[in-house]
Design a protein around this ligand. Structure first.
Ligand code: NAX
Length: 347
């Protein structure tokens, strides 16, 4: 039977943590035959609340849940960790300068990266959810020189899932009738949700069997440029406006998807072609993204270690009305964030 995995969740007493932990404990992340040991890392003022969550986990009597530990000490939290979900972060508060925000998060992700370096399992997989996620992941990775950079990732799966849902709704099909979407760049308003290689499975013209067609032949390109891209990129703000608080369950669900696909593999589709998704991973220079940046790409995983950046899927921005340059713009923002944290001595 599979060996137990040690899953560390930071910010465990927060909203996303609450939506995440029960799904991990039920086997939805690592499979229904893999026992998990949970480690909950919180700041001292939230340890008691995290202990309350641990009590509810116990009360759920999950067969796969081998143990739950709550701590405010990163060294303890990351001891033997195979899966690190870095959710806790310092939010931007009113009047806070951008440099202050980056500095505050450097104070969190630097030490956590160091603790992962010193204590985690050598096969650790890290996903950063806490914002600014890409740059926080870069900071953590920089403090973990013994851990391969490809082990540090940031979450853009929520953006990817939002894009799948928006395209499916527009095309009038189910979400399983859509594939090939890529989120490029930063998990921020500059991200580029790209339909260049996306497909939609629709009924044939003569009412015949459903067939895959290029998404940009099915939906109109004006919609793709003027509504789809900003809608996906600003969906987080829309959720806050309508729900009254930020995305939590959908963010948790995307985090589960990211870790499950990374650990167990993305697999193949019905035609035997590799399934792709989007994740922010360290750039090897692909698609002109400077090496070392943690940027969202089209990716696959065979479950054995790192994500693989899928080749040959660059955006064709001439397909859309408007100015183009979206990939370059989001990459420029990542470079600016990197330069800012470097300037603060955080890399
Ligand atoms: P909450 O404020 O509900 O929870 C955050 C928790 O983190 C708190 O309990 C806090 O005590 C804890 N925390 C703070 N510093 C910590 C540290 N040094 N060590 C351990 N724990 C620490 O926020 P929540 O709604 O759960 O969101 C968490 C983060 O996810 C935020 O940074 C948010 O911006 C980010 N998001 C990222 C998304 C993504 O797609 N990448 C989408 C959803 C979300 O906006």
């Amino acid at each position: 039977s599979p060996t137990p995995q040690t899953v560390t969740v930071t910010g465990a007493a927060g909203n996303i943590g609450y939506a995440l932990l029960f799904r991990i404990a039920s086997g939805q992340m690592l499979g229904t035959d893999t026992p998990v040991r949970l480690r909950l890392l919180e700041i001292p003022s939230a340890v008691r609340a995290a202990e309350g969550v641990a009590m509810e986990l116990a009360d759920s009597a999950f067969p796969l849940l081998a143990s739950v530990d709550v701590t405010d000490d990163p060294a303890t939290a990351f001891e033997g960790t195979t899966h690190a979900l870095l959710v806790g972060a310092r939010p931007r508060t009113a009047g806070m300068e951008r440099a202050d925000l980056l500095h505050a998060n450097g104070g969190i992700f630097g030490p956590q990266g160091r603790a992962i370096n010193d204590h985690a399992d050598e096969a650790v997989r890290v996903v950063v959810v806490g914002n600014p996620a890409n740059t926080n992941a870069l900071i953590a990775s920089a403090h973990a020189p013994d851990v391969p950079a490809e082990r540090f990732t940031a979450l853009t799966r929520l953006d990817h899932n939002r894009a799948v849902s928006q395209l499916a709704a527009r095309a009038g099909v189910g979400v399983t009738d859509v594939d090939g979407i890529t989120i490029w760049g930063n998990h921020s308003a500059t991200q580029f949700p790209d339909l260049t290689h996306a497909r939609v499975r629709v009924a044939g013209d003569d009412g015949g069997a459903p067939a895959w067609r290029p998404a940009l032949d099915v939906v109109d390109r004006g919609w793709a440029a003027d509504e789809f891209i900003p809608r996906v990129a600003k969906r987080g703000a829309e959720i806050i406006e309508v729900r009254g608080s930020s995305s939590a369950a959908s963010a948790a669900s995307a985090t589960i998807d990211h870790m499950r696909d990374w650990s167990l593999g993305t697999g193949v589709d019905a035609e035997g072609a590799p399934r792709r998704t989007s994740a922010a991973v360290v750039s090897d220079g692909s698609y002109g993204v400077p090496e070392g940046l943690i940027s969202s790409f089209p990716v696959t995983s065979d479950g054995s270690g790192a994500w693989t950046i899928a080749p040959g899927l660059g955006p064709d921005e001439s397909l859309l009305p408007g100015e183009g340059g979206r990939l370059a713009a989001t990459v420029a923002e990542l470079e600016a964030e990197r330069d800012a944290v470097r300037g603060l001595g955080l890399l």
